[in-house]
Ligand binder design. Structure first.
Ligand SMILES: Cc1cc2nc3c(=O)[nH]c(=O)nc-3n(C[C@H](O)[C@H](O)[C@H](O)COP(=O)(O)OP(=O)(O)OC[C@H]3O[C@@H](n4cnc5c(N)ncnc54)[C@H](O)[C@@H]3O)c2cc1C
Length: 366
């Protein structure tokens, strides 16, 4: 007799949301995770009274009312609005590109003047068919914004010159001719007060969870324990990389506690020049409006991924797309297994999208 209806591999958002739904539908559920903590990549940990986003800054934003109402059952959200600042060799600019940015860049005051300036620069560049990312960006926002706010940041992120990157990476660039520094257009936005870990803890209330357990180390044992398995780990790892490694872009974080109350006055400052080695600095306390005497910052460095590193961003090119498709076909033959989440589906998912995906699986399954 199997002991559980569902074994869920991974206590990230996908696994935890499915576990919550299954538990409340009366199913017997076990969640395992190889990390020593729940919450996967949205894990936050308290340092100096500040909720530190250990795997990168996470800002919840969504237009999906069902998802918003769902997460609000497990956390109260604050009014945080993402308004990053760009630092280009000491000059500060508002993001996303908006009237504050254009005023600082060119001294223009009206939207008409800003539009004219961008049009002039686009015309001067004379690009009709962008052949690479540099040409694409210039044809969208002109030379000045490209040189100061896009070039260095993008080259650090991808580890390659913009002229060697394909144009399709930037289809659109958010340009606003209003005085609006809100990065997201989403209807709902905020950070769960008390941190994401607490929110996931509430989702998992009453669910059996075992940490520091790697499913792949003992898969025969786990397969006997449950009728169905929801696997949210990397799909290539599940198949022992038999067709090759799916590639990722990785990020390295250097976190520091500073004996001052305020380091940069904003949650996120992007360094858009080429000389500064990090892409941005996150000052975690500004996600939650606290007045702790000290502060915690994380410098983010974009890095090449190699097998064994923490996988962050899937590389959505043809080669990796085809490889994923081949693994997906293999996964269809696995009985009683469901592959889901960002690693199981090799897909960049925002938090609201991964929650929506887990909720819809729950609806189909339960
Ligand atoms: C740097 C960064 C910043 C982001 N910022 C935002 C943001 O601001 N807003 C937003 O909406 N989204 C953001 N996201 C996306 C967000 O992180 C994802 O939507 C979310 O974490 C996906 O949840 P998941 O459950 O699919 O995956 P994960 O959180 O990765 O969970 C998978 C879990 O499975 C476990 N696992 C894997 N293999 C095994 C195994 N063999 N055995 C046992 N356990 C295993 C892992 O340890 C992990 O805990 C960001 C992503 C990144 C990379």
């Amino acid at each position: 007799m199997q002991k559980y209806d569902y074994l869920i591999v991974g206590a990230g958002l996908y696994g935890s949301v499915f576990a919550q739904r299954a538990k409340s539908a009366g199913k017997k559920v076990l969640v395992i995770d190889k990390r020593p903590n729940i919450a996967g990549n949205v894990y936050t940990e308290e340092i100096e009274g500040i909720e530190v986003h250990k795997y990168g800054a996470h800002i919840f934003h969504t237009n999906n009312k069902t998802v918003w109402e769902y997460v609000n059952r497990f956390a109260e959200f604050n009014r945080f609005t993402n308004s990053p600042v760009a630092n280009y060799r000491g000059e500060l600019y508002s993001l996303p590109f908006n009237m504050y940015t254009f005023n600082k860049m060119w001294g223009v005051v009206t939207p008409q003047e800003a539009m004219q300036k961008i049009e002039e620069q686009k015309k001067q560049a004379g690009i009709t068919e962008p052949a690479n990312l540099e040409e694409q960006a210039i044809s969208l926002v002109g030379t000045d914004i490209y040189e100061k706010l896009i070039k260095g940041y993008t080259e650090k992120q991808w580890g390659r010159p913009c002229r060697e990157l394909p144009a399709f990476i930037i289809k659109r660039l958010p340009v606003r001719f209003t005085f609006d520094n809100n990065y997201f257009n989403a209807l709902y936005q905020g950070i769960p007060m008390g941190g994401y870990t607490k929110m996931v803890e509430r989702m998992l209330e009453g669910v059996e969870v075992q940490l520091n357990v790697n499913y792949l180390d003992d898969r025969e044992k786990w397969q006997l324990m449950a009728e169905k398995i929801i696997y949210t780990g990397p799909i290539d790892a599940y198949f022992d990389f038999c067709l090759g490694y799916l590639e990722y872009r990785s990020v390295r974080f250097e976190t520091e506690i500073l004996d001052i109350p305020n380091f940069q006055g904003n949650a996120a400052v992007n360094y858009t020049d080429n000389e500064t080695p990090w892409t941005r600095i996150i000052e975690h306390k500004w996600f939650d409006f606290h007045d702790q005497p000290r502060t915690v910052i994380s410098r983010e460095y974009s890095s090449e991924w190699k097998p064994g590193d923490e996988p962050y961003y899937p590389v959505n090119d043809e080669k990796n797309g085809a490889l994923y498709e081949a693994y997906r076909k293999l996964s269809e033959k696995e009985e009683h297994m469901i592959f889901g989440g960002r690693l199981g589906e090799y897909k960049y998912y925002d938090m609201d999208a991964v929650i929506a995906s887990a909720l819809s699986l729950a609806e189909r399954e339960l």
